[in-house]
Design a protein around this ligand. Structure first.
Ligand SMILES: *Cc1c(COP(=O)(O)O)cnc(C)c1O
Length: 227
């Protein structure tokens, strides 16, 4: 199968899972995670009609945005932890940021998106749902206050919450408590967006209410190792 076929197969699984969960398939967005994949792969998915792509690394995002600047309507979602000195790479080109984990970062991003041609940056707060010491994200207990603060920033639009269960889980079912907890927390924060689910567990995530799933390997194949 080529990239276009794999993309269509994943979209079909997203739609089928949504329907069997009693949801409208249009309520689940598919983000194609293209990190570490060459721009040619993105062109192929774009030619097949796909528009939303996820990148983890700020410099790689910057470089790919230049390499693919000829593709109208392409939307970049930054999904990885962001260091302060690379904020401008994301602020310049992204339509969404899924790994917001601090107020200072939020303020710096907001400042760069006021009066920006792309408008406010859509953000998802990354939550460390189980308060695992090794994970990125803010503790769940701090999320509601942080959401309230970020909502006041003019350059950002708070869309929802994001989580990334541990990578060493043995089955997709093991992600379910993480996803359910994120959904409950989002409800408490009066947020409807849930960025959750990857190749390994996106179907469980949709059953638990995901509004955007971040799928890489099953669309683009295995990734080359980071440089
Ligand atoms: C790499 C990555 C994904 C995609 O993972 P796959 O296993 O390739 O589907 C999703 N979200 C984040 C934050 C990632 O870093």
């Amino acid at each position: 199968m080529n990239t276009a076929d794999r993309l269509a197969a994943i979209r079909a699984r997203v739609d089928a899972t949504a329907r069997s969960a009693g949801r409208d398939p249009r309520s689940v967005e598919l983000l194609a995670v293209s990190k570490l994949q060459p721009p040619a792969q993105i062109r192929e998915a774009y030619a097949a009609g796909h528009r939303a792509f996820g990148e983890n690394y700020a410099q790689e995002l910057r470089d790919k945005a230049v390499a693919l600047a000829d593709l109208p309507g392409l939307m970049w979602h930054a999904i990885g932890a962001l260091q302060r000195n690379k904020i401008q790479y994301v602020a310049r080109v992204a339509t969404a940021f899924h790994a917001l984990d601090g107020l200072e970062l939020a303020e710096a991003l907001s400042a760069r998106r006021v009066d920006h041609p792309l408008g406010p940056l859509d953000v998802y707060l990354e939550v460390n749902v189980a308060d695992a010491p090794t994970k990125h994200g803010i503790p769940a207990s701090l999320a509601p206050a942080m959401v309230d603060r970020v909502r006041t920033l003019p350059g950002l639009r708070v869309r929802g919450l994001m989580c990334m269960p541990p990578l060493d889980l043995e089955s997709p079912e093991q992600s379910r408590p993480w996803f359910a907890a994120l959904r409950a927390l989002a409800a408490r924060c009066d947020l409807s967006g849930l960025s959750m689910g990857t190749t390994g567990d996106f179907e469980v995530a949709i059953e638990e209410g995901a509004t955007i799933v971040r799928v890489g390997r099953s669309i683009f194949g295995e990734r080359p190792a980071p440089a």
